[in-house]
Structure formats: structure tokens, C-alpha cells
Design a binder for this molecule. Structure first.
Ligand code: PLP
Length: 411
């Protein structure tokens, strides 16, 4: 880092300021985490220099015998961690993993069935502003108005009516478990492939605290940087049956050279997730999300679907008369980072929203437990309800952070 400060003080300052930012506040973004220093070391390594188009032992460049070892380790650890028949660790991101998975299973114009964005699905699940909505004929399912849970009857009825080639399950803002077994049955009924996009929950599956999608789905796409606590990136697990087409879809169809420093960092993260401590971490993430969600509910902030089974909660703010955008601003002023989020059947547009999404992967990595999360919830509630008291909230936030800062001693 000293060298960076000498050579490029402006960028060095950005790195320092970002570290200060995360150390000076509470991070409740459900899709973020703090990687270990070991993951950061692999990311900041000379492996970034190497071109390695292709796969281990089958590269289109010379000199790949060393980086091959990193990719082989990443693949074997991913297969062991998730009990998968095949793993591709090259996707640069969750969106690239989905693009490759669709490319493996679909032709442009084919029909797929996926969760609507306003009900918790991801942009890559068929939004009109994304390639998925432009290139495929996407039928969307959602959650029931009364329970705010996935309407499996609707999924089945839509599948029978439209006969999709792929059914996508998994979401970006759905606090409850997805029933992969029901999705498998529906896919079998209509002869569709089942694709589980578990970008958000893969870390909880790795820790064994929620059921895995792997035994049910033909293809599982994921990100490595959320609860899994790895580098920013994506991955695909699949059955032997579709392995060759998935690999061909990632390279050469969607991507060129893999980011070998990121592949090595994914191997490190999979290795960390294989350790028993990671199961404790994943359990704690869920216990913390429950404590956060229950206390927010006591504070008059309604959890969509009545609660959470995962690392995140979606909060309906309408009873407080505060929009999601305003709540996001008020919390930011109090050094609490969270994001506005549409809630199902939201009357507000996406830039405003009636809700916020909160998650516990970061605060759990920082060592907080349910008691601290109750405190965090009261701070969120106070920041949102009484913006005049922001100075007091900031003071209490800094007290909480005295012993719970990320990267306190490691960097
Ligand atoms: N799929 C889901 C369900 C997600 O939640 C996300 C990101 O939040 C993605 C895909 C895309 O991941 P990335 O941002 O790495 O492209």
C-alpha cells in the first residue's frame, strides 16, 4: 500500500476513504460482505496478469500450468462444498453467470418463466431493460397479495399455459425460503429445465442453514461476493448432463479470458466456507436477520411476508408515511447504509419505493450478535422516524462500532 501511496496518491486516498467509510458506519446492504484478508491477497496478486482462455488442461494460451492449479482447486472445492456434479468458476459476475446459463439452455425468442422484478426477482430474470427481457419471451410470476409468498399455484398455471423451456427460481429481495422441490415438480410436469439463481443465498447453503438448490435444479447460478464472503464474481453449478454446454456458454460464448486472480480468490473463499466456522457464521447471519427483523416490526416497521428465513428482510414503511428513498437518506445521515427497495404491489415508482431492504452478512462478519442487531434495529427506526435526532443516532452507531469495526487489525 505504501507503494500505491507513492505512485498514485489519488487512488490510494480512495482506498483509505472507503475503508474509513465502512469502518465509520453500519453496513446493512443485504448483498455485501467483508472478505477475509486472504481473499483480498489473492485478488491483489500477479494472477491478474495471466491469459487463460479455456479450461484447466485445455487452454488457448501457453504458460497456464500454474494458474490451472488455482482453477482446479476452485472447481474441486466448489463441488465438495455444494455436492455438485460440475462447477464452472469463471463467470465474472452473477449477471454473466445468468447470461451463460440462459445461453446454455435457450435460443433467442424461447420462453422462460421467472420471478417479476417488482416482486423480488433480479434484472436478469426478464426485465425489459436487461438482455433477458429483450432476447427471451419472459413470463413473470410473483407473490400473493395476502401472504407475500411465492404463489406456487400461479407458477404451475403459468408453466402449464406457456410451456417455458426454462423456469427460473431464486430472487434478489425475497426474505423467505424458495421451495425448490415444488419448482422441480412443476418443471418436470412441463418438461422445462430448472435454473436456480441463488446469488443471494448461496452462502447460507454453503453453511448448511437453508436447503440447497443443487439436488433439485439442473443449473444453479450464484455470486461469490454476498453471504459467501468471497471476491466479487459469479459461478455455475450443474448436472453432468448439461456440463459441456454450460462450459461452452461461459467460454467462448459469453466471456474471453477468465480473471485468474478472482478464480484464485474464489478458491480461497470456498476453502474458508468448507471450514466448520463458516457454518457458525451462516447460522449467526440468519439469527441476526431474525433479531433485526423482529425488532424493526416492534418499532412499527412491517416486514414483508411477516418475517425472514434468510439473511435479509424487506420492510414496508407505509405505516410511517416515509418512502424508501427518504428512509435511505435518513439512515445514510446516521451512518447506516441500506437500500430502498420496492415491496410487492408497491404504489411508488422504483426510484422512490415504499420499502427498504436490510441484511446481516456484513454486521455478522464484524462479530455482531442478536443483541447488537436489536440495538441496530432501534437505531434504524430512530433514524427513520426522528431525523432530528440524527446526531444521537450517529453517536450510538459509533459506540457500537468501537469493537465491531471491519478490518480492525488485519489490514
Ligand atoms: N441474480 C441475483 C438473484 C442477484 O441478486 C444478483 C445481484 O444482486 C445477480 C444475479 C447479479 O449479480 P452481479 O451484480 O454480480 O452481476
Amino acid at each position: 500500500f505504501g507503494l500505491l501511496q507513492q505512485r498514485d496518491p489519488e487512488i490510494a486516498q480512495v482506498l483509505l476513504d472507503e475503508l474509513d467509510r465502512v469502518r465509520g458506519g453500519i453496513q446493512l446492504i443485504a448483498s455485501e460482505n467483508f472478505t477475509s484478508p486472504a481473499v483480498l491477497a489473492a485478488l491483489g496478486s500477479t494472477l491478474t496478469n495471466k491469459y487463460a482462455e479455456g479450461y484447466p488442461g485445455r487452454r488457448y494460451y501457453g504458460g497456464c500450468e500454474v494458474v490451472d492449479r488455482a482453477e482446479r482447486l476452485a472447481i474441486s472445492r466448489a463441488k465438495e462444498l455444494f455436492g455438485a456434479e460440475h462447477a464452472n468458476v469463471q463467470p465474472h459476475s452473477g449477471a454473466s453467470a445468468n447470461l451463460a446459463a440462459y445461453a446454455a439452455l435457450l435460443q433467442p425468442g424461447d420462453t422462460m418463466l421467472a420471478m417479476a422484478l417488482p416482486h423480488g426477482g433480479h434484472l436478469t430474470h426478464g426485465s425489459k431493460v436487461n438482455f433477458s427481457g429483450k432476447w427471451f419471451d419472459v413470463i413473470a410470476y410473483g407473490v400473493r397479495r395476502d401472504t407475500e409468498l411465492i404463489d406456487y399455484d400461479e407458477v404451475r398455471a403459468l408453466a402449464l399455459r406457456h410451456r417455458p423451456k426454462v423456469i427460473v427460481c431464486g430472487a434478489t429481495a425475497y426474505p423467505r425460503l424458495v421451495n425448490f422441490s415444488i419448482f422441480r415438480d412443476i418443471a418436470d410436469e412441463v418438461g422445462a429445465w430448472l435454473l436456480a439463481d441463488v446469488a443471494h443465498t448461496i452462502g447460507l447453503m454453503a453453511g448448511g442453514v437453508i436447503p440447497s438448490a443443487v439436488p433439485y435444479a439442473d443449473v444453479v447460478t450464484f455470486t461469490t461476493h454476498k453471504a459467501l464472503r468471497g471476491p466479487r464474481g459469479g459461478g455455475i453449478l450443474c448436472t453432468r448432463e448439461v456440463a459441456a454446454r454450460v462450459d461452452r456458454a461461459v467460454f467462448p460464448f459469453v466471456q474471453g479470458g477468465p480473471l485468474m486472480h478472482a478464480v484464485a480468490a474464489k478458491a480461497v473463499a470456498f476453502g474458508e466456507a468448507l471450514r466448520p466456522e463458516f457454518a457458525d457464521y451462516a447460522r449467526q447471519v440468519v439469527a441476526n436477520a431474525r433479531a433485526l427483523c423482529d425488532t424493526l416490526a416492534e418499532e412499527g416497521m412491517r416486514p414483508v411476508s411477516g418475517g425472514t428465513d434468510s439473511h435479509l428482510a424487506l420492510i414496508d414503511l407505509r405505516a410511517l408515511g416515509v418512502t424508501g428513498a427518504e428512509a435511505e437518506r435518513r439512515c445514510a445521515a446516521a451512518a447506516i447504509t441500506l437500500n430502498r427497495n420496492v415491496i410487492p404491489y408497491d404504489p411508488e415508482p422504483p426510484a422512490v419505493t415504499s420499502g427498504v431492504r436490510v441484511g446481516t452478512p456484513c454486521v455478522t462478519t464484524q462479530g455482531m450478535g442478536p443483541e447488537e442487531l436489536k440495538e441496530v434495529a432501534t437505531l434504524v427506526a430512530q433514524a427513520v422516524r426522528y431525523p432530528d435526532t440524527v446526531a444521537e443516532v450517529r453517536r450510538r452507531v459509533s459506540e457500537l462500532l468501537v469493537i465491531h469495526q471491519p478490518y480492525l487489525s488485519e489490514l
